[in-house]
Design a protein around this ligand. Structure first.
Ligand code: F6R
Length: 261
């Protein structure tokens, strides 16, 4: 069972998660971070960057692996996840660019790109803390409904819903690529600690299906129920369709300091 924390707002969750990341980096200067893109983790990345500067933390040895990338967008395209990770994570936090990896969405090498990415993650020793968002259809990474729960990094076709959801980042929905390369659900589940965040009512159905529904490929995030160490941060709107909220609140209220994250 995931630890479910219902927060007042996104700012509260971002503060807790950024503190967790900074403390973890101080404890392990070679920490391997799993990085989600999208809107949800942006507050976390901003706070981590501020805290790292303020505390003069050495991040030169920290490694990072993004979850996914669009296929066919140039790495220089402002919405490519290479660009997004560089401008929201690598540069502001001051990570060493060679230590930060994003799956390669170049069409000419796409057939090998998944296996190569898996090798890189393995060679790093595996992801220590994986930051996750969730799609309105329950996807994690870009593992759309129907994805195998043991899948590895590979090419996927985005659903129309995900393309519509992500159209806000582009001039027009037609510019949103139809294909992506994403860590598989099996890959994500190998990270040592999964931290999922979800805010606003648009995520409430996906959150309820993921946390309290059956484990099913039709809600890829439900695979988190299989992981021994998952922490979920949601606001009241995203928690609206959950049944067990009284218990989640009770557990959080009684969380002992020694338990940590
Ligand atoms: C992106 C990713 C996706 C997003 C999800 C939510 O790397 O893995 O699963 O986390 O689409 O996106 P936002 O945060 O924009 O609502």
């Amino acid at each position: 069972m995931s630890e479910v924390i219902i927060v007042d707002d996104e700012a509260e969750a971002s503060k807790i998660v950024s503190d967790l990341l900074v403390k973890s980096i101080i404890k392990n200067p070679e920490l391997v971070l799993g990085l989600a893109t999208g809107s949800t983790p942006l507050g976390v990345y901003k706070l981590v960057a501020e805290s790292i500067k303020e505390k003069h933390v050495d991040v030169s040895g920290v490694r990072g692996f993004a979850l996914d990338e669009y296929v066919g967008l140039s790495k220089m395209h402002q919405e490519s996840y290479h660009f997004v990770i560089n401008s929201n994570v690598t540069e502001p936090i001051g990570l060493t660019p060679e230590n930060v990896h994003v799956p390669d969405g170049d069409e000419s090498t796409i057939e090998q790109a998944g296996a190569e990415y898996e090798k890189l993650i393995k060679a790093s020793g595996g992801v220590d803390i994986q930051i996750l968002g969730i799609g309105t259809d329950g996807h994690i990474g870009f593992n759309e409904p129907g994805s195998s729960l043991s899948s590895r990094t590979r090419i996927k076709t985005l659903t129309e819903q995900t393309r519509l959801d992500n159209a806000r980042f582009f001039n027009d929905v037609d510019e949103v690529p139809r294909h992506c390369i994403t860590q598989g659900i099996g890959t994500i589940l190998e990270a040592k600690h999964l931290v999922l965040m979800a805010f606003k009512s648009t995520k409430s159905k996906a959150v309820a299906d993921a946390l309290e529904g059956p484990i099913s490929a039709f809600c890829p995030a439900s695979a988190l129920q299989l992981h021994p160490h998952t922490t979920v941060f949601i606001d009241h709107a995203a928690a609206a369709l959950l049944k067990n909220t009284d218990y989640y609140k009770w557990v959080y209220k009684n969380k002992p300091d020694w338990q940590g994250w």
